[in-house]
Ligand binder design. Structure first.
Ligand code: GDP
Ligand code: MN
Length: 386
């Protein structure tokens, strides 16, 4: 799960990360009032969307009066902002954060990420931060320092010192930097993050070290113990089909192809997507209905597939282990009838109660094809939508 910059900053501030004062707003009038309330000579108007690259796309603007703040907000609210992370359709701006403007001396990069290779969180830092970290990683990998956080001992003082040195911080700024890094690591560990990123971390002309931007992603499997974090979820930023899928405990991820897939088990789902591509098709989604799905889940999974306008055909590939093939068949039949399914459907069933499942499908009167192997099933659905 992801959250907005202003939410991440509020969380990080609790752990001791220095941030500027700011106010989140929903309307242009609120933005104007926020500028007045901050009573500073310069503020930053920042769109809040779950995507980076806002600065380059015109979503981060310095303003010097309440009127200017309001005008800038009017130009941004309700419109889609396209950044290099949003895809061509962009993200509609519904929230704007107005923050006290900073006089920037220098921009740096700091992040903690869960690194599979290291089997631990890793702190990443670069003295050249700001908007082009991807470029830096590609062309100057040595400019990026990495320190593994010990899972039990945490980040050690010598590591924090090495990191601040790498960032080019000295004296009091090095101390402030080390504190900020420790606070970021604390937040990452305590809140079960997969990513906590500050880009840029800045030194101001007045010599303060602080977070100018913040991004946090959380491990969905740990959200049950962070009710306060779950409350920060913004459904506007998520695919409605994925939201619907979560309601029924389905593992669904929307993709860009046109063959809807319903499969049980993540491994089988991945294999199914591979074979579809091998046969010249493109999957419209990843969907794992789970090992022990019931009829309601299967019905809803099927409805979610059919609600996707890009879906031109559906492939059901189920291995009935704990899950019974007749349960799948019942779910498919119920959903197909309820939604008046009009796209081609290929079903491959194997395992527990397979005969019963096949019989139910045959007697359902639905226009579908069956297949005995995954190869055959993928060939048939690719052929059917051609
Ligand atoms: P992103 O482009 O989505 O990553 O948005 P950021 O919050 O990182 O802002 C992008 C850039 O805007 C930063 O790298 C800064 O150069 C600039 N910026 C943001 N806030 C301020 C500010 O308070 N003062 C100044 N002078 N520039 C700012
Ligand atoms: Mn940024």
């Amino acid at each position: 799960m992801n959250i907005h910059e202003y939410q991440a900053k509020q969380l990080l501030a609790k752990f001791g990360v220095p941030i500027s004062k700011g106010i989140a707003c929903k309307t242009a009038d609120e933005v104007g009032r926020a500028f007045t309330d901050l009573s500073v000579p310069m503020a930053v108007v920042k769109v809040q969307i779950h995507a980076g690259g806002r600065g380059k796309a015109g979503g981060v603007k310095l303003v010097r009066s309440a009127d200017e703040a309001k005008k800038v907000a009017q130009g941004l609210l309700g419109k889609a902002l396209v950044t290099h992370q949003t895809g061509p359709e962009g993200r509609v701006v519904k929230t704007i954060y107005v923050e006290t403007g900073s006089d920037i001396e220098r921009e740096m990069y700091l992040a903690v990420v869960m690194d599979r290779g290291s089997q631990a969180p890793v702190v990443i830092a670069a003295a050249e931060g700001g908007m082009d970290i991807e470029e830096l990683a590609a062309h100057k990998p040595h400019a990026i320092a990495r320190h593994r956080v010990h899972p039990v001992k945490g980040l050690q003082a010598f590591q924090a010192r090495a990191l601040t040195k790498h960032l080019g911080l000295k004296g009091d700024q090095a101390k402030a930097g080390a504190k900020l890094i420790a606070a970021l690591v604390d937040a990452f560990m305590e809140l079960d993050c997969s990513l906590a990123e500050i880009n840029p971390m800045i030194v101001t002309k007045q010599g303060e070290v602080k977070a100018l931007d913040a991004k946090m992603s959380f491990d969905d499997n740990a959200l049950f113990r962070h009710k306060d974090v779950v409350e920060l979820r913004d459904l506007n930023e998520e695919d409605p089909k994925e939201i619907e899928a979560k309601k029924f405990d389905l593992n669904y991820i929307a993709l860009t192809g046109n063959i809807g897939c319903m499969v049980n088990g993540a491994g089988l789902a991945m294999a199914t997507m591979d074979v579809i591509q091998l046969k010249g098709g493109m999957p419209a989604n990843f969907l794992d209905v789970g090992g022990g799905a019931n009829k309601t889940q299967v019905t809803n999974a099927f409805k979610i597939l059919l609600s996707d306008k890009n879906v031109k055909g559906i492939l059901v590939n189920i291995f009935g282990g704990i899950m019974k093939c007749d349960t799948i068949a019942e779910g498919v039949i119920a959903a197909a009838k309820e939604t008046k399914m009009s796209v081609p459907l290929v079903v491959r069933l194997e395992g527990t109660n397979v005969e019963l499942g096949r019989k139910l499908l045959q007697e359902s009167g639905l226009n579908l094809q069956t297949a005995a192997s995954l190869d055959e099933a993928a060939e048939k659905i690719v052929e059917a939508i051609r």
